[in-house]
Design a protein around this ligand. Structure first.
Ligand code: LLP
Length: 435
């Protein structure tokens, strides 16, 4: 839940810097990212992939959509892993950070022609194809440059992943990929083979996000390996790569479980080996794309309390509404997916009894609720600081300007030092867009 340098005791601190000092220097709301924690999670996934698959380990592609900025992309580069980007914007950040294009993988269900050309021009290592139109477009872009583009086909393995329906991606009724069951995947394979400017390296599947347990990952691997076998039987050659996506779950609340990289990838390796043996296939290179499980726990958000209101409910009970200076503009996950978070008083300790509270934002929406129900000290007052852990993934990256609220900064903490890596947006930034 909290990153490794955070201490939640008397007063919350990270790498020895108190929340109070951070708020004073950088203002609130703000995201704080624990650099060492981020790097060690990235390295853990990399080590786990190497250990589980040995010479068949492919690449760990960090899923940039979870959170990216140029400095974090530099950390990715330092860690020696790859990056998964899904727009021209994310690609631009990866390139600006100096990531080797060969370690960039381009995703997206509707990449524009110019995004495709930009990626081919940059020399990205892999493009994951998601529609028949895209096969033509990528082939044309590579042909124009006189190059051959390595590609994977995104496959829909037809699996009901147990997670929120908005973040499950492997069942049939989705916009992503080519379905095995309907025959779309086979048609796409044949189409790719018609283009000499495309080199089909293998298949990709991403089953969903915030997924606990290993069975659905194993099932996806099995279905993709069966497809590799069908390919070998038909075309008398074996495809060398599988990318099995991201989606590994993290803890958001006290007591939540978290996926351990070494265990998850060992389970995956067992399934891959078993299914390759059953099909008499050489084990392909296996790549993965964790996003949330690298950046999620590395960041927390710090808010300042602005108002506290005791609301009498119809049944005579009371609810304590605590309003903070951010909300659905910096964390839309509770409103969008019913995501649950916790919070702690960060600037002091309190011995006051806990009361049932609701943590709400400053936006003009009843649904601007960060935490629907939580027991918090009854003496919380304006000016107190509240810290919300595990906001690194899909927090700042989904941030928006609802009510013209400028987006918060991101501050990196390492070895007792704090530095801004994404500055706070200003009203001038917002007005600057208006003609
Ligand atoms: N690879 C592909 C192709 C993906 O679509 C995703 C996430 C990932 C990797 C990384 O998944 P992760 O390891 O981060 O779970 N906004 C939602 C999550 C959307 C996930 C989109 N794709 C949320 O806040 O829960």
């Amino acid at each position: 839940m909290w990153s490794s340098s955070v201490k939640t005791g008397e007063q919350l601190s990270i790498s020895g810097i108190s929340a109070k000092d951070l708020a004073k220097e950088f203002g609130t709301p703000a995201f704080f990212i624990d650099e060492s924690d981020f790097r060690s999670r990235a390295l853990d996934w990399n080590a786990a992939l190497s250990k589980a698959f040995e010479s068949n380990a492919g690449t760990v592609y960090y899923a940039a959509k979870a959170f990216i900025c140029t400095e974090v992309a530099r950390w990715i580069k330092d860690c020696g892993i790859g990056i998964d980007v899904c727009t021209g914007g994310e690609l631009a950040v990866a390139l600006a950070a100096g990531i080797d294009p060969a370690k960039i993988e381009l995703h997206g269900n509707n990449k524009s022609v110019s995004e495709i050309q930009g990626a081919v021009d940059a020399g990205v290592g892999i493009i994951v194809l998601d529609s028949l139109y895209e096969i033509e477009r990528v082939a044309a872009a590579a042909q124009k440059n006189g190059t051959t583009q390595k590609v994977l086909l995104r496959i829909t393995p037809g699996i009901d992943t147990h997670t929120h329906q908005s973040i499950a991606t492997a069942h049939e009724d989705v916009k992503f990929g080519f379905s095995i069951a309907s025959g779309a995947a086979w048609a796409a394979i044949k189409e790719v083979r018609n283009h000499s400017s495309l080199e089909l390296r293998g298949f990709h599947a991403h089953i969903g996000s915030q997924v606990f347990g290993y069975e659905t990952f194993q099932l996806a691997a099995e279905r993709l390996i069966n497809l590799l076998a069908k390919y070998r039987d038909e075309f008398k050659s074996e495809l060398p790569e599988l990318d099995l996506g991201g989606g590994y779950a993290i803890a958001y609340l006290p007591g939540d479980k978290t996926v351990v990289p070494s265990q998850a990838l060992q389970a995956l390796a067992t399934a891959v080996k078993k299914n390759c043996e059953a099909n008499k296939l050489a084990i392909p290179k296996i790549s993965i794309e964790p996003g949330r499980s690298i950046v999620g726990p590395s960041m927390f958000t710090l808010y300042e309390v602005g108002t506290v209101k005791d609301v009498t409910l119809e049944d005579g009970l009371h609810r304590n509404y605590i309003s903070i200076d951010g909300g659905m503009s910096d964390n839309i996950r509770p409103s969008l997916y019913g995501a649950k978070y916790t919070t702690v008083l960060a600037n002091r300790t309190s011995t006051a009894p806990n009361i049932s509270s609701r943590l709400v934002g400053k936006h003009c929406e009843t649904g601007d609720i960060l935490i629907r129900e939580i027991d918090l000290p009854s003496d919380i007052v304006p000016g107190d600081l509240l810290a919300v852990p595990a906001t690194g993934a899909y927090g700042r990256s989904l941030a928006n300007n609802y009510n013209h609220v400028p987006r918060p900064p991101v501050i990196a903490i390492k070895d007792g030092k704090a530095r801004v890596i994404v500055r706070r947006e200003t009203e001038a930034d917002l007005l600057g867009l208006d003609i």
